[in-house]
Design a protein around this ligand. Sequence first.
Ligand SMILES: Nc1nc2c(c(=O)[nH]1)N[C@@H](CN(C=O)c1ccc(C(=O)N[C@@H](CCC(=O)O)C(=O)O)cc1)CN2
Length: 282
Amino acid sequence: MKTLVLTLSCADRMGIVAAVGSAIAAQGGNIVESGQYVDRENGRFFMRVCCEVEESGSLEAFRKGFSPVGAEYSMRWEVHDAAVKPRVMIMVSQQGHCLNDLLYRHGTGQLPMELTSILSNHDTFRRRAEHEGVPFHHLPVTAASKAEQEAKLLELIREQRVDLVILARYMQILSDDLSKALSGRVINIHHSFLPSFKGARPYHQAHKRGVKLIGATAHYVTAALDEGPIIEQDVQRVDHSMTAEDMAAIGRDTECQVLARAVRLHLEHRVLLNDDRTVVFH
Ligand SMILES: Nc1nc2c(c(=O)[nH]1)N[C@@H](CN(C=O)c1ccc(C(=O)N[C@@H](CCC(=O)O)C(=O)O)cc1)CN2
C-alpha cells in the first residue's frame, strides 16, 4: 500500500466531506487521517486527507478520478504521494545557524526532503556545502545585477525541479516578479515575532523598543516584505540587561526551531493558504 495526501479548499457548503470520502472510496482508497476547517469570515472550507491505496495505483489515475469532485465544488486541490520527498533548495547569506540546523535535521532524517543545492550571494558556506556533498552555487548580487542574478536563480530552480526554496537567513529582498513566480514555494525565517519589527535588523529594533519577548516567524515569501502568510512562530524571554547582540544570540535557537517546524509542516503538505494567512493541520 502507499499513502496519498489530498489537500483542498473551496467555498463551504453541505456535503463536501461526504463527496470527498465517496470519491476516495470509489478509487479504492482507505482514509487513515482527516482534518477539516471552515473559515466563517470568508466562507472557505479546508481539508487534508491521508488515504492508503494499492501500491500499483498511480497518482495520475487518482487525480483523474477525483477531478469531477474538484470541478463540482470548484476546489483548489492537490494530491501527493507521501513517500515522495519534495526537492528543496536552501538559500543563505552570511549567517549560517539556520543552514547548519537544516543540514543536521536533513542528515538525521527529521526533514523528509531531497536537498538539490545550497545557493548564496556570498561564498562563505561553499566548504560547508561541499562537506555535505551538496552542490553550491555562488550568485553575488548588487542593485545593478539583481535582475540577472534572479534570472540565473530561477533557471537553477527550474533545472533542478525545485519544489521548495528555503531562505535560511538569505538577506536579499526578492523582486516582486520573482516572489510572484515562486508564490507559495518560498519559506523565509524572519528574526522577529511578526508583525513586529519587519525589515532589516529586527533585534536592534526590538532592543531599542525595550521588549521583554523576542521571537522568530517562518512565513511564505511575497512581494510585501515580511508580510507573507505566517506558518509558524515562537518567542523567548529577554530583559533590560541584554544588548541587541545578546538578543540575537538567544534568538538564533528560536529561529532554527521555528524554521525547521515550518519546513516539516510544508514537506508533509500540512499548510494550506487562506488568502494572506494559513491553515495548518498539525
Ligand atoms: N520579497 C521578499 N523577499 C524577502 C523577504 C520577503 O518577505 N519578501 N524576506 C527577506 C528576509 N528578511 C527578513 O527576514 C530581510 C532581508 C533583507 C532586508 C533588507 O532590507 N536588506 C538590505 C536590502 C537588500 C535588498 O535591497 O535586496 C538592507 O539591509 O537594506 C530586510 C529583511 C528575504 N527576502
